[in-house]
Write a protein that binds this ligand. Structure first.
Ligand code: FES
Length: 145
C-alpha cells in the first residue's frame, strides 16, 4: 500500500499554510478597509406589506430577524408595540443585534446604539435606521414601506 509521495504532502502543507496566511492578512486588512469604505444608503423602495410573523410568535422584549427587499430587518416587540427596524448600522453597515436586557439595538463593530424607533442613542452613526410600518391583521404581523 502506498503512503503517497512525501513531496505532495509537503506541497499540501505549503498550500494550506499559504491559504492560512492569506486569510490572516485578509482578516487584518478588512477592518481598516471597512472604515475607509464609503457608506451606501439602504435602497428601500416603497412596497407592499409582507407577512413577518404570527402575533404570538414574538414574545415581549424580543426581536425577530426578517428580510425586506433583500435587506435585514428586526421585528421588535417592546411593550405592546411592534417595531420594524433596519438591522444595518448607518455608520459602517455592520449588522446590528438586539440587546434584550437594555432594549436597544447594538452595533458590535464600533458600539453605536439605536432605540426601537431607529434613533441614534450613542456613537458615530450619522442618521437613524430606516424603519417599516407594522400592521397587525388576522393574528399576523406584517411589515412594509
Ligand atoms: S458599523 Fe461601526 S458602529 Fe456600526
Amino acid at each position: 500500500m502506498s503512503r503517497g509521495n512525501p513531496d505532495n504532502k509537503h506541497g499540501s502543507i505549503d498550500y494550506l499554510l499559504g491559504i492560512t496566511i492569506l486569510m490572516l492578512i485578509g482578516g487584518l486588512l478588512y477592518p481598516p478597509v471597512q472604515l475607509l469604505w464609503p457608506q451606501r444608503h439602504l435602497p428601500l423602495a416603497s412596497s407592499a406589506l409582507i407577512p413577518v410573523a404570527d402575533e404570538a410568535g414574538i414574545r415581549p422584549g424580543s426581536a425577530l430577524p426578517f428580510v425586506y427587499q433583500e435587506n435585514p430587518f428586526l421585528l421588535i416587540n417592546v411593550g405592546r408595540t411592534r417595531h420594524a427596524v433596519s438591522a444595518i448600522c448607518t455608520y459602517r453597515e455592520s449588522i446590528l443585534r438586539w440587546d434584550e436586557d437594555r432594549q436597544v439595538l447594538v452595533c458590535p463593530a464600533h458600539g453605536c446604539t439605536f432605540d426601537v424607533r431607529g434613533n441614534v442613542l450613542h456613537g458615530l452613526a450619522p442618521r437613524p435606521l430606516p424603519t417599516l410600518n407594522v400592521v397587525l391583521s388576522g393574528g399576523r404581523i406584517y411589515a412594509g414601506g
